[in-house]
Design a protein around this ligand. Structure first.
Ligand code: SAH
Ligand code: SF4
Length: 393
């Protein structure tokens, strides 16, 4: 633990390239953008709001993908829409189901890049873990995603599209004539997949506003949790412009250790981070902040760490989510022993905080926290490793 990792890796940031000549995608447009697009294609201003509402419901309440079935619009109007717009989602490359019921979707997006989305069914709830970037520019030393060399921000369509694809798979769209289902399979969404959501703020915000919209997918802001490594200036904006719940990848109780684990700490240290967090519950009028804490053997898992953690977060309504480290090929850490994790949890619990230990899910399909990385990248990495081994490196 002597090297100083850079805050961001030497990555190739690729701009989004929409294939030439593609029609604009209606998925991912904000309401205002949709309305403006309809007006630009000849919809009278007076009608535009109504048309926007009708199309919105078809897309996000009924999950329809074809303008032709939007039967409350005239035939000519549907033809105009089909001529000028597309309804496009990422493409499913593979779909795996773990022994424990966890589902992982590998999706291909424009430019041929890949992202992963994971559905985790639990008693009485179901959580969809979505990605916000291809890869991540940050370099948390325990995270597999942080070793991926290609990075691109996902568009709102690609972020919302992950939820729409999971709803397709779980057959969760409303069916005309049937009562609205109350038992939602996707009851919660967490931005805990690949990428740092607060480095793709505008697209994440626009996507979450679509997901929260009452005339569509209609997920409450209290059922969306955004996880950040600590991009301090964007935390107040998250409260203001999204209003969802916040999780913070805390992982250490001293700046020295956090600098190593979560290098963005060198830019915004514990003090700056905690100051931003103290304001969050008030700004969103919401309950607790989730502190994520990955348990790394011999690195951050002593009783003293647990006690320091309690002192640091004093006064912040919090829940501490302990994450047993998930290993990946070449990872430089080991998972803390189970007894250690339990002892750590107990100290925090006795101080009055919920301190659940996150059960690793979907490990057999590499779907657990921090294991996500696109298959193409994995392939690239292993061929490099093979080459290195072959040359005795
Ligand atoms: N970039 C955001 C969100 C994605 S990571 C963030 O860092 O918060 C989601 C959570 O998984 C984070 O708390 C992250 O620190 C954690 N994580 C990453 N790699 C892990 C691993 N190998 N084992 C367990 N948790 C890991
Ligand atoms: Fe990026 Fe989060 Fe992984 Fe850190 S833990 S490298 S911020 S995805």
């Amino acid at each position: 633990m002597t090297t100083t990792a850079p805050i961001t890796q030497d990555v190739l940031t690729i701009p989004r390239k929409a294939p030439e000549g593609q029609k604009p995608n209606m998925i991912g447009m904000t309401r205002a953008q949709l309305r403006a697009a309809l007006i630009a294609h000849g919809t009278p201003e007076k009608q535009a709001k109504m048309r926007e509402g009708q199309i919105w419901q078809w897309l996000y309440h009924w999950g329809v993908r074809d303008f032709a079935v939007m039967t409350n619009l005239s035939k000519d109007y549907r033809a105009m829409l089909a001529e000028n717009f597309a309804i496009r989602l990422p493409e499913i490359v593979t779909h795996q189901i773990s022994a424990d019921g966890t589902r992982k979707y590998l999706l291909r997006i424009d430019g041929g890049h890949e992202v992963e989305t994971v559905y985790i069914p639990e008693e009485g709830r179901g959580t969809l873990c979505i990605s916000s970037q291809v890869g991540c520019t940050l370099t948390c030393s325990f995270c597999h995603t942080g070793t991926q060399k290609l990075v691109r921000n996902l568009t709102p369509a690609e972020i919302v599209g992950q939820i729409m694809i999971a709803r397709d798979d779980l057959q969760e769209w409303s069916i005309p004539g049937e009562a609205r289902r109350e038992d939602r399979l996707i009851s919660n969404v967490v931005l805990m997949g690949m990428g740092e959501p607060l480095y793709n703020f505008d697209n994440v915000r626009d996507a979450m506003r679509i997901v929260m919209d009452n005339e569509g997918i209609s997920l409450s802001r209290r059922r969306i949790t955004l996880s950040t490594s600590g991009v301090v200036p964007e935390i107040a904006r998250t409260a203001d412009e999204i209003g969802c719940l916040l999780a913070i990848s805390f992982h250490a109780t001293t700046d020295k250790v956090r600098d190593q684990l979560v290098p963005i700490n060198k830019k915004w240290n514990l003090e700056a981070l905690l100051a931003a967090l103290r304001d969050y519950p008030r700004l969103t009028n919401s309950e607790r902040i989730t502190f994520e804490y990955v348990m790394l053997k011999g690195i951050n898992d002593t009783d003293e760490d647990a006690r320091r953690l309690i002192k640091l977060i004093k006064g912040i309504p919090a829940k501490i989510n302990l994450i047993p480290f998930n290993e990946w090929p070449g990872a430089p850490y080991q998972r803390s022993d189970w007894a250690r994790i339990e002892a750590f949890s107990e100290i925090i619990f006795n101080a009055g905080y919920a301190s659940p230990i996150r059960k690793p899910r979907g490990e057999d399909i590499m779907a657990a926290c921090g294991q996500l990385k696109s298959a193409t990248e994995r392939g690239r990495k292993s061929s490099r490793q093979i080459a290195a081994e072959a040359s005795g490196g």
